[in-house]
Write a protein that binds this ligand. Structure first.
Ligand SMILES: Nc1ncnc2c1ncn2[C@@H]1O[C@H](COP(=O)(O)OP(=O)(O)OP(=O)(O)O)[C@@H](O)[C@H]1O
Ligand SMILES: [Mg+2]
Length: 256
């Protein structure tokens, strides 16, 4: 019998798994949020990914559970694991994609270079951070954001007043220094349960209004003398980003 892979979430990433699953001889099942989602072709159930019983019923008929998005609550994931369901990535790994404050704290522990950041709970705390960082910062809601939703560049703490007001008692916002970056790079690394790893090529992504508008394989740092001779001395001058076709861009916007 084919291995049955259950994907929670019926967005475009689940849809992208359909063709490779067929090629690999896997049976793909999708728990979609609604009828007519991107991955409708493979949707075998419709239900709320926050509802433990809905997720449990879906997981009962598959061999392994994975995700289209990172928003399934930790409580649901941990209950599945306690039930004996195989979940990849597991809750201990997924938490770093779910909560940007948890991610920043872990990267700090590991000594990985990152922008200066802080957890802030009030206008006064946020303003203090802005004052210490040239009067600007990027404020983020730690959970639930995607495609730039939950990300705001601010130059005064009051610009995040609505998010501060909405904070639950033990919650905080993340604020980061505004990084004058030259290029934005992304890389996928995958690991099989038995440890085999594969690193996919580094991709340079282009964001417009917080939404990924395209990307191309990143070029390495080596500079050709002929180009340097033409005065192209900044990395972003080297080449205009190549854009994906219309359908791909729309798919990226249609995330969720
Ligand atoms: N500290 C920063 N300085 C400058 N630009 C930033 C900073 N943080 C984020 N940005 C810009 O905002 C975009 C969105 O931010 P971020 O990647 O944190 O959120 P997201 O893409 O919505 O969430 P996730 O990447 O977790 O799915 C980034 O791709 C980058 O272009
Ligand atoms: Mg991002």
């Amino acid at each position: 019998m084919a291995l049955r892979v259950g994907v929670i979430g019926g967005g475009q990433l689940a849809r992208m798994m359909i063709a490779p699953a067929v090629e690999l001889g896997l049976e793909l099942r999708v728990l979609a949020e609604d009828e007519g989602m991107s991955a409708g072709l493979a949707a075998t159930a419709v239900g709320d990914y926050r509802d433990l019983e809905a997720v449990r019923a879906f997981a009962a008929d598959v061999d392994v559970v994975t995700f289209d998005h990172e928003h399934v609550p930790q409580s649901v994931l941990r209950a599945l694991v306690a039930d004996g369901v195989v979940v990849h990535p597991g809750p201990d790994a997924l938490q770093f994609a779910q909560d940007k404050l948890v991610m920043r704290a872990r990267l700090a522990e590991l000594g990985v270079p990152q922008p200066e950041w802080a957890a802030v709970r009030s206008v006064a705390e946020l303003q203090e951070f802005l004052d210490a960082h040239a009067g600007a910062g990027v404020v983020k809601t730690p959970r639930g954001g995607y495609d730039g939703k939950g990300v705001r560049v601010v130059r005064a703490a009051e610009e995040a007043q609505d998010w501060l007001d909405a904070l639950a008692d033990d919650d905080a916002l993340l604020v980061e220094e505004l990084v004058p970056f030259v290029r934005e790079l992304a890389q996928q690394v995958a690991r099989r349960p038995h440890g085999e790893m594969v690193a996919y090529p580094v991709v340079e992504t282009v964001q417009r209004d917080g939404v990924c508008a395209g990307g191309h394989r990143a070029r390495t740092g080596r500079r050709r003398t002929s180009r340097a001779g033409r005065g192209r001395d900044r990395p972003h001058d080297r080449r205009r980003p190549r854009r994906h076709g219309h359908a791909r861009r729309r798919a990226l916007r249609d995330r969720g």
